[in-house]
Structures are given as C-alpha cells and as structure tokens.
Design a protein around this ligand. Structure first.
Ligand SMILES: NC(=O)c1ccc[n+]([C@@H]2O[C@H](COP(=O)([O-])OP(=O)(O)OC[C@H]3O[C@@H](n4cnc5c(N)ncnc54)[C@H](OP(=O)(O)O)[C@@H]3O)[C@@H](O)[C@H]2O)c1
Length: 246
C-alpha cells in the first residue's frame, strides 16, 4: 500500500485516517506523544514532527489553521502532494509556508470516518490529479470546484451543514419526546428517517419530495406552514452564508 502522511492528531486526522487505512499505509504525524500512542494502538504508524521529512511525500494537513506557520517551520523538503483540509487557508497561504509539486484545497467532513465524507476540492495544477482523486474518494465522495473562490460556499455545505442537520435531527427527536415517545424510540425513528430521506434525495429534488408528501389540507402541509411561519428556510440561508464568510 502507498504511504500517506496525515499531519495532526485530532478529530479530523482520526476520521481521515480511519477512512483511508484500508487503501493506504497511513502515518499520523503530530507533536503529542501520548496522542500518537493512542493512534498506534488503533493500528496506525506514527511519527513526531522531528522524525518526519516531507521530501517527495503525499501529505494531508489536518491540524488547526492557526498552526500553519509553526508546523511549516518543522518540515524540510519538497512534498509531492499537499492536501490541506484547513478551514480558510488558501493556495497563497500554503505556497508561502510549504514546498510541493501540487497543492490541493479540500473540505471533508467527519463522516470520512465511515468513508462517507462529502469533499469539495480544488487543485493548484494537474500534477498527480488521478492519485489525488483516489485519495479523496477513499473516504467518500469528492466534488471538484471550478476555482478556489467557491470553496467557502462549498465548505459551508460539506463541513458546517452536518452540524446544522444535527440540530434538525435533535429537534425532531425532541419533538417526538414532547409528544410522548420514549427518548430512545424517538431517536431511532429520527435516525431511520434520515436514512429514508437520503434515499429519496438520491432520486428526487427536495421540492418534489415535499409536494408528494403534502396532501391537500393534510397534517404535513400544516407542519410545513409552521416551519415557514418560523422562517426556517431563511434561517438556513443565513446559516450557510454566515458559515461561508471568512
Ligand atoms: N472537525 C471538522 O468537522 C472539520 C471539517 C473540515 C475541516 N476541518 C479542519 O481540520 C483541521 C483539524 O480540525 P479538528 O476538528 O481535527 O481539530 P482538533 O480535534 O482540535 O485537532 C486539532 C489538531 O491540531 C493540532 N494543533 C493545534 N495547535 C497546534 C500547533 N501549534 N502545532 C501543531 N499542531 C497543532 C492539535 O495537536 P495536539 O493533538 O497536539 O493538541 C490537534 O492534533 C482544522 O484545520 C479544521 O479547519 C475540520
């Protein structure tokens, strides 16, 4: 298996590592020996920054964005490919900090853990494009953007909206409890609802799904009106726009 180096040992590094480890020999590179020991127990290879040389390596940056310069100072050599999942860091930031034959901006989500990430990406050039796509597709679906300016909006959907949907899921499950369902049953119904909805969304536009469920004068359209009265649609527009703002 080809080696792949993930810099960072937090939530996203763990999710990407788990998604990738069936297809790549994953090395977790970090600064904290205790955290690296936990990754080792899970079957990953690990390295401290001082032990890592970037020369000709394929690397994923998955540490906090503010640590970019600090981490860059610890690395030597020109990498083959650097894939950055750092929020709000653009090609200029990466080029100023690192040397690589191709830089990639990518914005996965933590469903990478289950190989189910939604990952928009944009490459600096065409070098190793097929191999880059294979890496991104190993942990879910990858969507190439026309240019880097679109990344903020795409990131708001792929990276931030899972948290918005978590609020929706929690609210629906709580609503069931409010109406007398046992907590566990209400949550199980909600989990299954999301599975059902995913299947429907694969085949139809959301507006059509809604129209098909709302019978005239029925209970569903009454519930939809409550959501419209409470400006839920507008709240989602604003949430996406706010999250897409640097
Ligand atoms: N979580 C998401 O849903 C998500 C989605 C898309 C993109 N991202 C991006 O993924 C990256 C990591 O996020 P996360 O959620 O995994 O955060 P996290 O769980 O808090 O992990 C942050 C990692 O950054 C490392 N770090 C922090 N300061 C550092 C420094 N000064 N020098 C070296 N390493 C440092 C931490 O090292 P220690 O372990 O040693 O403290 C840790 O491994 C971020 O850039 C974020 O924008 C996250």
């Amino acid at each position: 298996m080809k080696p792949l180096y993930i810099l960072g040992s937090g939530t996203m590094a763990g999710a990407l590592g788990c998604g990738l480890k069936d297809n790549y020999e994953v090395f977790i590179v970090g600064r904290n020996a205790k955290k690296l020991a936990e990754f080792k127990q899970k079957g990953f290879q690990t390295l401290l920054y001082d032990e890592f040389k970037a020369e000709n390596k394929d690397i994923i940056l998955a540490f906090k964005p503010y640590a970019l310069d600090e981490v860059a100072q610890r690395l030597t050599g020109k990498a083959r490919v650097i894939i950055s999942v750092l929020a709000n860091k653009d090609f200029k930031d990466l080029q100023a900090a690192f040397k690589a034959q191709n830089f990639v901006l990518a914005m996965p989500n933590t469903a990478a853990f289950y190989k189910a990430s939604t990952t928009p990406f944009v490459c600096e050039n065409e070098n190793y494009k097929d191999e880059i796509l294979a890496i991104l597709q190993a942990f879910g679906k990858a969507f190439e953007l026309e240019n880097a300016r679109l990344m903020s909006a795409a990131m708001a959907i792929s990276g931030c909206a899972p948290a918005f949907l978590a609020v929706v899921a929690e609210s629906i499950a709580n609503g069931g409890v409010y109406e007398g369902l046992k907590r566990e049953l209400s949550l199980s119904l909600t989990q299954s609802l999301f599975e059902s909805f995913t299947k429907l969304l694969e085949h139809e536009h959301p507006a059509i799904i809604k129209e098909k469920i709302c019978s005239p004068g029925g209970v569903t359209i009454k519930g939809v009106k409550i959501l419209e009265d409470n400006a839920v649609r507008s709240a989602f527009y604003q949430a996406i726009s706010t999250s897409a703002t640097r």
